[in-house]
Design a protein around this ligand. Structure first.
Ligand code: AMP
Ligand code: ZN
Length: 454
C-alpha cells in the first residue's frame, strides 16, 4: 500500500485503485521551450509514483498532455506562449511545438522516465474540448458572451477553492492571475474556456461561438475525463498549478460528472537552482543538455532529485550534481565487483520508506548504510541494490568502461588541472567541454578533478 500526501484533504492517503488498477493524470509541458530541470522534477515525481505502484503490484495507466495552444503567459502581455515563441524564432507555431515536444521526450528518456500511456496534444483535442464546453453551458456552469468567448461561472461551484484555499470572496478583482484580454466576463474570477480569435489568425478553430481557441484549463478536464473513463485516481503537477489551474480544472470536471472527479491531488514542490528561482531573465535556466555538456551523466540529475523529498523545496547546485555523478560511478563500480547475479532482494526498510509518502532520501540513506555494512555479503548487497534500482531508475548495473585514456586526453586533463590551479576558470570550462566531446566527464571535488567515461 502506497500512501501519499493529498493536497485536497491535507493528509496522507492510500492511493486509490479499482480492481488493482490506478489511473493517473499528470499535467504535461507547454512546448514553447525546453523543459528545465525544475519541470523534470515534477515529471520525475509522476514516474516515481508509477514505479512505486507497479512494484506494489498495481496496474497503472498514465496520461500526460502536451499543451501546444492556449497557455497564456502570466505577465501582462497575456499572449499565447506558443505564438510569442514562434514570432521570436520566426517559425510556424506548430513547428515550434513539435520541435520542443520531441526534445521533451528525449529529455525524459535521458533520465529514465517511463513514457506515459498517451500524450494527447491540445491542438488535436479541439472537438472534445468543444463538446465539454457545450456540456458546461447546457448545465448552467458556463456562458457565452457577445464577443464570442465562453467563460466558466466560478460562482456556480460552491466548493471552489478547496484545493488551494483561495476562496472566491478572497479573490479580489485585478488579481495577478487574471488575463488582460478577458474583458467581457461577468465576474472577475470567471475564466475563459474558449477565447474569441479577435485579431489572432494562427492557431484558431471554428466553434459554435465563432473562431477562437481553447483556454488552458479546459484541456486537462477534457482529456483526463475522456482518456481515463471519468476516473482519475491520482492527479500530479507542480505546486504552482494548485491555483488557478487545478482549482479551475476541478470545478470544470466536477461540474461535468457531478461528483469529485479526482480522488487524490499530489503536488511536487519547486526546484531552485544555486539558491534562485530559475528564469530566463536571471539566466539560470538549466537543461539536461547543459549537464551533458559539462560531462555529467544525466542520471546524476535523477539521483540529485531523489536525494530530496518531493514535498520540500529543493536547491539544486552544480556541486550536488557533481557529487551525485561520483556516487553513481561508485555504485556502478561496486555492483560490478559484487558479482554478476541478477537476483533481487526486497529490503523492508526501503519498501516502508517509499510506502510512506515516497521518502526517497531515506531509501538512499539505507542504501549507503548497506553499502558500508561489512556484515552483509556482497551478493546480498548487489541483490538489494538491483531491486531498489527498479524504483530509483539509476542504471546501477550499467558497466563502467575501463578503457585507458588516449595521450591527448591525458594532456587535456593535465592542462585543465593547471588552469584550475591558476584560477583560469574560462580555460578550465573550455577544456572540460573539449574533454566531454571526446567522451570524458570531469567531476570537481575537494581533492581536485576526477574523470569518468560518459
Ligand atoms: P510548464 O511547462 O511551464 O507548463 O510546466 C510543466 C510542469 O513543471 C508543471 O507541473 C509545473 O508545475 C512544473 N514546474 C514549473 N517550474 C518548476 C520548478 N521550478 N520546479 C518544479 N516544478 C516546476
Ligand atoms: Zn493540467
Amino acid at each position: 500500500m502506497i500512501a501519499i500526501y493529498d493536497t485536497l484533504t491535507r493528509g496522507l492517503k492510500e492511493v486509490p485503485h479499482v480492481e488493482n488498477s490506478v489511473n493517473i493524470y499528470c499535467c504535461g509541458p507547454t512546448v514553447y521551450r525546453d523543459a528545465h530541470v525544475g519541470n523534470l522534477r515534477t515529471f520525475l515525481l509522476a514516474d516515481l509514483i508509477v514505479r512505486a505502484l507497479k512494484l506494489d503490484g498495481r496496474q497503472v495507466k498514465l496520461i500526460q498532455n502536451i499543451t501546444d495552444v492556449g497557455h497564456m503567459s502570466e505577465d501582462f502581455t497575456g499572449e499565447d506562449k506558443l505564438l510569442s515563441q514562434a514570432q521570436l524564432e520566426k517559425r510556424d507555431p506548430f513547428e515550434i511545438a513539435r520541435k520542443y515536444e520531441e526534445r521533451f521526450h528525449q529529455d525524459l528518456a535521458r533520465i529514465n522516465i517511463f513514457p506515459a500511456d498517451a500524450y494527447p496534444r491540445a491542438s488535436e483535442t479541439i472537438d472534445l474540448m468543444l463538446q465539454t464546453i457545450a456540456q458546461l453551458i447546457a448545465s448552467g456552469h458556463a456562458y457565452a458572451t457577445e464577443l464570442g468567448s465562453v467563460y466558466f461561472d466560478a460562482r456556480s461551484v460552491e466548493s471552489y477553492g478547496a484545493i488551494s484555499g483561495n476562496k472566491l470572496d478572497s479573490l479580489k478583482p485585478g488579481h495577478r492571475f487574471e488575463y488582460s484580454d478577458e474583458g467581457d466576463k461577468r465576474f472577475h474570477a470567471d475564466w475563459a474556456l474558449w477565447k474569441t480569435a479577435g485579431n489572432r489568425t494562427e492557431m484558431v478553430w471554428d466553434s459554435p461561438w465563432g473562431k477562437g481557441f481553447p483556454g488552458w484549463h479546459i484541456e486537462c478536464t477534457a482529456m483526463s475525463l475522456k482518456l481515463l473513463d471519468e476516473r482519475i485516481d491520482l492527479h500530479v503537477g507542480g505546486i504552482d498549478l494548485r491555483f488557478p489551474h487545478h482549482e479551475n480544472e476541478r470545478a470544470q470536471s466536477n461540474s461535468i460528472i457531478g461528483h469529485e472527479a479526482v480522488k487524490m491531488w499530489v503536488h511536487g514542490e519547486h526546484l531552485l537552482f544555486e539558491g534562485r528561482k530559475m528564469s530566463k531573465s536571471a539566466g539560470n535556466v538549466v537543461l539536461v543538455q547543459d549537464l551533458i555538456e559539462r560531462g555529467l551523466d544525466p542520471l546524476s540529475l535523477r539521483l540529485s532529485l531523489l536525494e530530496n523529498r518531493y514535498r520540500s523545496q529543493m536547491d539544486l547546485t552544480w556541486a550536488s550534481l557533481d557529487a551525485a555523478n561520483t556516487t553513481l560511478r561508485r555504485w556502478r563500480t561496486n555492483l560490478a565487483s559484487w558479482g554478476e547475479s541478477m537476483d533481487q532482494i526486497e529490503d523492508s526498510e526501503i519498501t516502508g520508506a517509499i510506502a510512506k509518502d515516497l521518502d526517497t532520501p531515506r531509501v538512499l540513506l539505507r542504501l549507503r548504510a548497506i553499502e558500508k555494512d561489512s556484515a552483509i555479503s556482497v551478493e546480498v548487497k548487489r541483490a538489494i541494490f538491483l531491486k531498489a534500482d527498479l524504483l530509483l531508475g539509476l542504471d546501477l548495473d550499467r558497466a563502467i568502461e575501463d578503457r585507458p585514456l588516449t595521450a591527448d586526453q591525458i594532456s587535456l586533463l593535465q592542462s585543465r588541472a593547471q588552469a584550475r590551479q591558476s584560477k583560469n576558470w574560462s580555460e578550465s570550462d573550455r577544456l572540460r567541454d573539449l574533454l566531454a566531446s571526446t567522451g570524458v566527464a570531469i567531476s570537481d571535488g575537494p581533492d581536485g578533478q576526477s574523470w569518468s567515461w560518459i
